[in-house]
Design a protein around this ligand. Sequence first.
Ligand SMILES: *Cc1c(COP(=O)(O)O)cnc(C)c1O
Length: 395
Amino acid sequence: MTTPSPLLMIPGPVELSPAVRAAAALPPPSHTSPRLIEAFGRSIERMREVWRADAASQPFIVAGSGTLAMDTVAANLMAPGERAVVVKTGYFSDRMVTILLRWGVEVVEVSSVVGGAPPAVEVQKALERSGRVRALFATHVDTSTGVRLDPEPLCRLAREAGVLSVIDGVCATAGERFAMADWGADVYFTASQKAIGLPPGLALMVASERALAARAARPGTPPPLFLDWDSWLPIHRAYEERKPSYFATPATSLVMALETGLGEILDEGIEARVETHARAAAAMRSAWRALDLRPVPRSEALTANTLSALNVPAGIDPAIPARVAAHGVTIAGGLHPAIKNSSFRVGHMGYAVTRPDFLRRTVEAVAVALREAGAEVDPDAALEAVDREMETTRV
Ligand SMILES: *Cc1c(COP(=O)(O)O)cnc(C)c1O
């Protein structure tokens, strides 16, 4: 007898669709087999569509996690001694600062209170005041605070200042609105286990033509071989032309899953998929309101659709994830150091947003756990809120 595995509702890894699971479970193909070459080539083409990037942009599919993408971008775009502006909205923008500092980059930070995001005008001032800035870094959704910023004005400011824009989309890509070409973004990257709905193990990046030119013009010692876009460009170009190639063994099973997962997103349509995330998020938010749970983000406009970061109610034992786990659902505790013990997080991204039953099970488990912890809440009212929202927003 096996016990059913708990429902995984954390901000990555996420629940997988049956088709993605099946693709990932195939016997690992050779990196030079026609089937893998086709999957790799198609994945490159499909990434451009999901990212809404232009034909001149270059997708990169590299074995690793989101942090590898962060290191890679820093190493390819920045030379030691150059300057970057980082918009800080939580733990992951702090990590970007750490990575840049290790790389010898001079970092100008534009900060905000926990749960907030600095206004674009502050970013503009930082770009104007600092001078000689090479790149602007921002996190689309910071997974530690649930804060979503609007990348569009930031990309525009970067363009106007002649600065590269790098957006960390790890908790956002395919779940939040993004239009790489229209907004003139230079790099948008994610990791496979987040909103794009795959198993962990792939760093997925798309670089604009301008970003590739910046790599080519970058002074000094080239980046470490595995991180260097120049190492990966020939094999990505070969795969896109459906030719075998080798630099370092790709995660072939994950590439099979990627082809399938991107295909599912594009079958729905990227804009429809983003809308499905918005609908699921609206349902979850109305349930949290029914349970008197306050979100960490300071305003509705700053609240991500891919996850909920929630404050633990006053007087309630903060070990909520452990109580929720007893009801068969895995959620996450706090991550940002300032709110680690006073917040918890629920992921609603990828395949899960297409499953109202997953959302209901999650809300019910959280509601029952809160009641057991001593909160005066009504689980039925929370479930009704979800149902009402899924009903009224269905077209
Ligand atoms: C998860 C996450 C990362 C780091 O990704 P890993 O795959 O854990 O290395 C970076 N940025 C954001 C916004 C994330 O949510």
